[in-house]
Design a protein around this ligand. Structure first.
Ligand code: DGY
Length: 327
């Protein structure tokens, strides 16, 4: 008997075909509206799940799913998982790091450039038929090359952004992170470690790339926004909830900071209504890693993890490797 696997949302048919070799697959190829009850009920019928980083797997869900042995997130972020609870229930958790690093760093830079150089705001101006003549200071933005780039969260994606800034745009790079990088990693990124306060005060462009947790909730709120330069831009490609979106909308409306590039939002896919009103926010729908090649690589890595665990009791990117010892 093959183990039963639920794939929570649409993914590439070729990945489903791979999985069917080793699993009896329930594939939800039309996006279901998962209420927590429906999700828990569906999950409880399966031995494993391929999840997209947004399906809750917590103590209550796990208690209702005694046959569950593994959840493989297709995303690098895993704030949908309560990993300690999964370990208690001996459910393996995996995520999909590395394969999305460069693509997501590209997108972080795209948002930084778009916000600083007012790309979407000026495009809307043309589309709305306002452009009558060339003007010297039309949509004057903030310089990117040679400016100071501040990165909060210096994991793999943060470091890839730092390298783009330092080596491609001749930026001075400063960063803040829970732990300091090794000297060789700092040299490779040409990045200097500073306190969060110094970073907010000095950076012309602040990019957030830290994981979401209770501790990182509202890392940027009204107090932090008040420390930033009025010419500064703020980019969030990490997770909603790291910024207090209401406070940010206020800071953008009042000119406390110049612009923001946001790919993730508190309570997404709903947005704080005031963010929709401010012209100096570039808004995208959580697409940081979205190229076909990268999303396919993420799906294949999740599949590789599932196959490795059920075939050999191993995993490529386990979040709670202690579960492997008991399998
Ligand atoms: C990730 O991999 O965490 C991306 O944000 C997609 O969810």
């Amino acid at each position: 008997m093959k183990p039963k696997l639920i794939v929570s949302r649409p993914i590439y048919p070729e990945v489903i075909e791979r999985l069917k070799i080793d699993f009896e697959v329930t594939a939800h190829q039309t996006d279901p509206e998962w209420s927590i009850d429906r999700w828990t009920q569906a999950l409880s019928q399966h031995d494993a799940a391929l999840t997209m980083g947004i399906e809750t797997v917590n103590e209550a869900v796990l208690a209702a799913c005694p046959r569950l042995r593994m959840c493989a997130n297709l995303s690098v972020g895993y704030n949908n998982f309560d990993v300690p609870a999964m370990s208690r229930h001996k459910v393996l958790a995996t995520n999909a790091p590395d394969v999305l690093t460069e693509t997501t760093a590209d997108f972080g830079f795209a948002l930084l450039m778009a916000a600083a150089r007012r790309v979407t705001e000026s495009e809307r101006y043309i589309r709305e038929g306002h452009w009558q003549k060339w003007a010297l200071e039309s949509f004057a933005g903030m310089a990117v090359h040679g400016s100071t780039l501040g990165i909060i969260g210096m994991g793999r994606i943060g470091q890839a952004i730092a390298k783009r800034g330092a080596h491609g745009f001749n930026m001075r790079v400063i960063y803040h992170n829970r732990s300091r990088l090794s000297a060789s990693d700092e040299t490779a990124c040409k990045a200097a470690y500073v306190s969060k306060q110094a970073l907010l005060q000095q950076a012309d462009h602040v990019v957030l790339v830290l994981p979401y947790s209770k501790e990182s909730h509202h890392t940027i709120g009204a107090a932090e926004l008040a420390m930033m330069k009025p010419t500064a831009t703020l980019v969030n490609i990490a997770r909603g909830g790291i910024i207090d979106d209401a406070a940010l909308a206020k800071a953008l409306a009042s000119g406390h900071i110049a612009a923001a590039g946001l790919d993730v939002f508190e309570g997404e896919p709903k947005l704080h209504p005031d963010l929709l009103k401010v012209p100096n926010a570039v808004l995208t729908p959580h697409i940081g890693s979205s190229t076909r090649a990268t999303r396919l690589a993420m799906a294949n890595l999740a599949a590789d993890n599932l196959i490795a665990f059920f075939k050999n009791g191993s995993a490529l990117t386990p979040l709670n490797p202690e579960v492997l010892a008991h399998s």
